[in-house]
Design a protein around this ligand. Structure first.
Ligand code: PLP
Length: 353
């Protein structure tokens, strides 16, 4: 089988999805399955659906369009606030979108009118992570304007933490979101179907809290794919952390010094490399590089060490492992590595069950 390739264990992903859905469901929290790390891959999306997750969320409309065209039977939510120049496609392909700009929501309203449809929105509130969201002090006036728009249905509010500012979604932040939801419902005499508290980083809060308040939804990607929460990247009990495997192949294997000889200048990427002297070692070159995967996000499954990489090569210290030309080497991937391997055309995807 050709390399570099990504082995994707659909059964493990389905297991993780089902267990997490049940876990969060035990305290009344529903799940959107986030598909953006896997480029809207239809088989993975179908595994989510078969595990009982009926809303799939992606940051890109092109991924949502791809899943729809592949016949994935789910509702679709657009995670990133819509790009104005893509508004018609957002209304056409997404059932719900997460929003933070009135000018965008007005454009959604006009587009929905033109297309004779309606569009649901979740308004994002910035609780301090400082990526997307309306500031809490502006929320009431924003809601008032949204409620005046034709063909727009306000179905919820949400927040996103631990993404840009690394802010922890703790008891206080979730209580703040709950009380904001209560205020909006009371003031405008409406019911918010979704109070969406965050992402895979909400795991610790969820496990430790006795009171989820009005928070009834989370949007989960990484913890389903990689079986970890994302504040400390701790494995979640009962979850598979190895559903994805990057496989690369040895193209050169020789005993060479561990330190380069000559005058040290910049490497291929403008860095000045540093090496520790371990004497003569077996250096294996793998036929994969930065065009294939974010190498810094790879962890070898065997006892070897990544020494460096360039566009098309990864160089490892084979230590005691018998790596010959043609040997396959397996790696675990972090989220960034997964995203890059799924996105590049150079990595073959193989589905294993
Ligand atoms: C990516 C994203 C998520 C999912 O985050 P994970 O850490 O993968 O669970 C949730 N919400 C928004 C708005 C996102 O952009």
């Amino acid at each position: 089988m050709t390399t570099p390739r990504l082995d994707i264990d659909i059964a493990k992903i389905a297991h993780n999805a089902k267990e997490l859905k049940e876990l969060y469901g035990s305290k009344g929290i529903g799940i959107f399955g986030v598909t953006k790390a896997t480029c809207g891959d239809a088989r993975i999306a179908n595994a989510f659906v078969q595990s009982g997750i009926h809303v799939l969320a992606d940051s890109r409309i092109s991924n949502i369009r791809r899943m729809r065209h592949a016949g994935v039977q789910a509702q679709f939510a657009l995670l990133r606030t819509p790009i104005l120049s893509q508004i018609d496609d957002v209304v056409k392909y997404a059932d719900i979108s997460l929003n933070s700009e009135l000018v965008v929501i007005k454009a959604l309203s006009e587009s929905a009118l033109r297309q004779n449809s309606t569009h649901k929105i979740i308004l994002m509130v910035d609780l301090g992570d400082l990526r997307e969201g309306v500031m809490p002090s502006d929320l009431e006036s924003t809601v008032r304007e949204v409620l005046n728009l034709d063909r727009i249905e306000l179905v919820g509010i949400g927040t996103n933490l631990a993404c840009l500012g690394g802010i922890k979604p703790n008891e206080k932040k979730m209580a703040d979101l709950s009380s904001i939801a209560t205020d909006i419902e009371t003031r405008f005499a409406l019911t918010l179907a979704f109070v969406s508290g965050g992402n895979s980083a909400n795991y610790d809060w969820f496990i430790s809290t006795n009171d989820t308040g009005k928070v009834n939804n989370l949007r989960l990607g990484e913890s389903i794919y990689l079986g970890r929460e994302t504040l400390f990247r701790k494995p979640i009990p009962g979850q598979f952390t190895d559903a994805f495997t990057l496989v690369a192949e040895v193209i050169e294997s020789k005993i060479k010094p561990s330190v380069p000889s000559g005058v040290v200048c910049q490497d291929a990427f403008g860095n000045v490399p540093e090496f520790v002297d371990h004497g003569q070692i077996r250096r294996a070159i793998l036929g994969a590089g930065l065009q294939d995967v974010l190498v810094s996000g790879l962890t070898p499954r065997s006892d070897i060490e990544i020494l460096g990489s360039s566009s098309d090569h990864i160089i490892v210290n084979a230590k005691q492992v018998d790596l010959k030309v043609g040997s396959e080497v397996e790696f675990d991937l972090d989220y960034g590595a997964l995203l890059s391997a799924m996105t590049t055309p150079y990595v073959t995807k193989r589905y294993v069950t």
